[in-house]
Design a protein around this ligand. Structure first.
Ligand SMILES: C[S@@+](CC[C@H](N)C(=O)[O-])C[C@H]1O[C@@H](n2cnc3c(N)ncnc32)[C@H](O)[C@@H]1O
Length: 251
């Protein structure tokens, strides 16, 4: 595709609000767990739940009919503002949202039955402090091999996202275990994943944190390389690597 054509497509795609990726058309091979289904298995109508790095609260608000009371926190003012907007659209009143760092939770000790964290910062000390004994911490993370062929086309070798806060689930499990907690599950999957069209690929590149900010003028030839090499009947092929850790807090 020419730069002009790619710029036209890039200009036609909207902005993602919060972490609502529903505009990305995609597909994947079967995976061993679904985060939302799995989390629901741990929730009861009386659960007190904390969601760390909640983004626009999209997932957390969807889970809210399944628990008693919830707090979603995020370090970004903008994300919390989006979460409040989403909450009022969905008319949900058992959840509150606050700007807060995962590394300094302004929340009492032993206050939650469940602590959730999907694709965000994990601070083991803070999680163990706010979780009650017997309570569960559930985290899904983006694995380091995620979308590796796409990153390679840009000359990036690992999916570090340019951040140093992501620890692999295995390392986290080791830390939780060393502190005497029970590891309920430690799993990963790495499956084929497809962006169904160029719009979806560009929307994803514009939104996710990458080692370098995506700009069509600068990166259009990398996009072309991806389209030439990886376009299949199912779409633009890459891989989805996810990790899962479930921990039960011991006394
Ligand atoms: C990839 S998004 C995931 C959002 C949401 N959990 C989801 O799965 O849709 C990561 C979120 O973590 C937040 N975040 C990053 N560092 C943080 C920190 N130190 N404390 C709290 N939130 C943080 C970001 O602002 C962002 O909203």
């Amino acid at each position: 595709m020419t730069l002009k054509e790619l710029k036209q497509i890039a200009a036609s795609i909207g902005e993602i609000q919060g972490w609502d990726f529903s505009a990305v058309r995609d597909g994947r091979d079967p995976v061993p767990w679904d985060y939302m289904t799995l989390v629901r298995n741990y929730l009861t109508s009386s659960s007190r739940v904390l969601d760390i790095g909640t983004g626009g609260g999209e997932k957390f608000l969807t889970l809210s009919p399944n628990f008693g009371r919830g707090i979603g926190i995020d370090i970004s003012d903008e994300m919390i503002q989006t979460a409040h907007e989403n909450q009022s659209k969905m008319q949900i009143n058992n959840v509150s949202f606050n700007v807060m760092s995962a590394d300094a939770l302004q929340l009492p000790d032993s206050n939650f039955d469940i602590v959730l964290n999907r694709h965000s910062v994990v601070n083991v000390d803070e999680i163990l402090r706010v979780l009650r004994t017997g309570g569960y911490f559930i985290t899904q993370g983006v694995g380091h091999r995620n979308t590796s062929n796409i990153l390679a086309a840009f000359g990036w070798t690992s999916n570090s996202f340019g951040e140093d806060w992501w620890s692999s689930a295995k390392e986290l499990a080791k830390t939780f275990r060393q502190r005497g907690n029970r590891i309920i599950a430690l799993m990963e999957y790495d499956v084929a994943y497809w962006f169904c069209d160029v719009e979806s690929l560009l929307l994803w590149l514009h939104t996710v944190p990458l080692p370098e900010k995506f700009e069509i003028e600068k990166h259009w030839q990398c996009v072309n390389q991806i389209l030439e090499k990886y376009t299949t009947q199912r779409g633009i092929e890459t891989n989805e690597h996810r990790e899962l850790l479930i921990v039960q807090k011991s006394a």
